[in-house]
Design a protein around this ligand. Structure first.
Ligand code: ADP
Length: 182
């Protein structure tokens, strides 16, 4: 099973759910930038306060902050890993590539979870996180389309992209992912 992975998909596609299940079953380190940023927010640090304001508008926090968080974690990992929520734009993808070259652990596979917008909005509204109200969701989807979706093309050209239909039961999606990575 491949173990240097990236899960890509719009907010609400089920990345976090699938990533958590996958990492538990296969013993990988789950690196979710959203979770790491929310930890920073809960800690009450100045950095966290600044990040919270940006996250609650549905914007992306600075590349610099996210990169420093990811780099610190990746440099400490000595097993497989799964990136969830990072990279979110081309700049972050380039930075990731350089970082992975430095630690000699190239990305093995990218799972792209596909799902229609109206399902996404329904799922996110049901989840009800602080940044899950309708206006903010619409902004997050817009930013996803503009900034993050181009990464699908990039990884497809590298020949490491696997597209998965995210519009099915959790266990069905999970077995599709396992099959794609096996
Ligand atoms: P979702 O899966 O619903 O998109 P996440 O938990 O991944 O939510 O991220 C929540 C918020 O955290 C994003 O809307 C953004 O503000 C911030 N964030 C997470 N990852 C990144 C990143 N790689 N670059 C910039 N901002 C990020």
């Amino acid at each position: 099973m491949k173990n240097k992975l990236l899960f890509l998909g719009p907010p609400g596609a089920g990345k976090g759910t699938q990533a958590t299940l996958f990492c538990k079953k296969y013993g990988l380190d789950h690196l979710s930038t959203g979770d790491l940023l929310r930890d920073e927010v809960s800690s009450g640090s100045l950095l966290g306060l600044k990040a919270a304001e940006i996250m609650n508008r549905g914007e992306l926090v600075s590349d610099e902050l996210v990169l420093s968080i990811v780099e610190l974690r990746l440099l400490k990992i000595n097993k497989g890993w799964l990136l969830d929520g990072f990279p979110r734009n081309i700049y972050q993808a380039d930075a990731l590539k350089k970082l992975l070259q430095k630690i000699n652990q190239p990305l093995e596979s990218v799972i792209s979870l596909k799902i229609a917008d109206d399902y996404l909005i329904k799922r996110l509204l049901a989840r009800g996180r602080e940044d899950d109200n309708e206006d903010v969701i619409i902004n997050r989807l817009k930013i996803y389309r503009e900034k993050t979706a181009p990464l699908i093309d990039l990884y497809s050209k590298e020949g490491i992209l696997e597209s998965i239909d995210g519009n099915a039961d959790i266990d069905v999606v999970f077995s599709c992912i396992e099959k794609a990575l096996g």
